[in-house]
Design a protein around this ligand. Structure first.
Ligand SMILES: [Zn+2]
Length: 371
């Protein structure tokens, strides 16, 4: 019968259709793909580029980034690049580094998240990018915890500065117990001017600076001015390692005389100039008190120089008279966030006023009569 036949025919067609449908390969799953890259234009900007493709319109695209620094509070920032929803997007987000305040060599970790109209989401693996100063052709050498990068001067110049850094580390370990817990990078710029060109807010006199939280040091040393480098490298390296030892979450620092005293002590055997300055000030009765030296030093060059020389002398007095373990202990106490006088008293049994008297006696200076 035609009707019956038609039904049977229809059933056959349907069965075939089912077979056809079930046998046809499945359509490819909606794929969402991301390809990220970065471009650093030191010191102005860091650009994060992203290519996104999917079978459905990509509707959300977000950059997540954080600056890698020694910090108890981890801050992840977000940025949204401009784009119109599409199956293929090529866009970017530019970070104005003039506002970021990062030193050369700072590291940033970033990742992207995306979502398409079909609800598919994707997150890229975290990647690191260094805010490197690409205006110069850096060479580098690494010994232990120290990587030294330079672009002007020969290998012997860099080796000499590296040796100075290694001697400073040995001296600090021997006399204060401080040992590096992380790696540090020391960027040697070819001059003070070129260093200042890499810094956001350089002081006119900035010859070197330690960015402790970033494990970065930047110093301007012309190969013709090696003598300055031989003091500046150990000095800034000492700041870095002491900062690392005493970093705490309380925001409490160390007295300036201790920080600068250790850094100046780290430079090596006293230069005749420092000693003469302290002797002269003692003889003429113009020594600055230990307590006054706990605050930032004077901007007047003569006063500033005397402040460094005295700080070095005070630290040398503490190390030579009371030994390495006490200094090690003192740095530990500062990590716990102690006040200046309390820290000194708990380790040495005297406060800054007491230290002032003992130190003056040790260098043969008169003790000022309290008024
Ligand atoms: Zn210093």
């Amino acid at each position: 019968m035609i009707v019956r036949g038609a039904i049977r025919w229809l059933a056959m067609v349907l069965a075939a259709l089912v077979v056809v449908v079930s046998c046809r390969p499945l359509p490819p799953a909606a794929t969402l793909e991301l390809s990220a890259s970065t471009q650093v234009a030191f010191p102005a900007s860091m650009t994060f580029k992203i290519l996104a493709r999917s079978d459905a319109d990509v509707v959300k695209l977000r950059l997540h980034y954080k600056v890698l620094r020694q910090n108890f509070a981890e801050v992840v920032s977000e940025a949204w690049p401009e784009f119109s929803p599409s199956r293929s997007i090529d866009t970017q987000w530019m970070w104005d580094m003039r506002r970021a305040g990062l030193p050369p060599g700072a590291r940033v970790q970033y990742w992207w998240t995306a979502e398409d109209a079909a609800g598919k989401r994707l997150e890229t693996n975290p990647t690191e990018v260094a805010f490197d100063d690409g205006r110069y052709r850096w060479q580098s050498i690494t010994v232990g915890a120290v990587t030294l990068l330079w672009y002007l001067g020969d290998r012997a110049f860099a080796d000499t500065l590296m040796n100075a850094s290694q001697q400073a580390l040995q001296r600090l370990e021997r006399d204060t117990g401080a040992v590096p817990q992380r790696q540090v990078r020391i960027y040697i710029y070819g001059s003070a001017q070129e260093l200042q060109g890499a810094l956001l807010f350089p002081q006119e006199w900035t010859g070197g600076v330690s960015f402790g939280e970033f494990d970065v040091i930047a110093i301007g040393v012309a190969p013709s001015n090696l003598g300055f480098g031989l003091r500046a490298v150990p000095h800034e390296l000492s700041h870095w390692i002491i900062g690392q030892m005493t970093f705490n979450n309380y925001g409490a620092g160390m007295p300036v005389w201790l920080d600068e005293g250790l850094a100046t002590y780290g430079e090596g055997p006293a230069t005749a100039g420092y000693d003469a300055m302290v002797e002269n000030a003692a003889r003429t009765g113009i020594l600055i008190s230990v307590k006054s030296l706990s605050s930032p030093f004077s901007a007047l060059p003569d006063q500033a120089l005397l402040s460094y020389a005295e700080s070095r002398s005070i630290v040398a007095y503490l190390i030579q008279t009371y030994g390495r373990d006490k200094m090690d202990h003192l740095l530990d106490v500062f990590r716990e966030g102690s006040g200046f006088d309390d820290a000194l008293k708990s380790v040495y049994g005297f406060d800054q006023v007491g230290l002032d008297v003992l130190w003056r006696v040790s260098i043969g200076a008169g003790v000022p009569v309290p008024r």
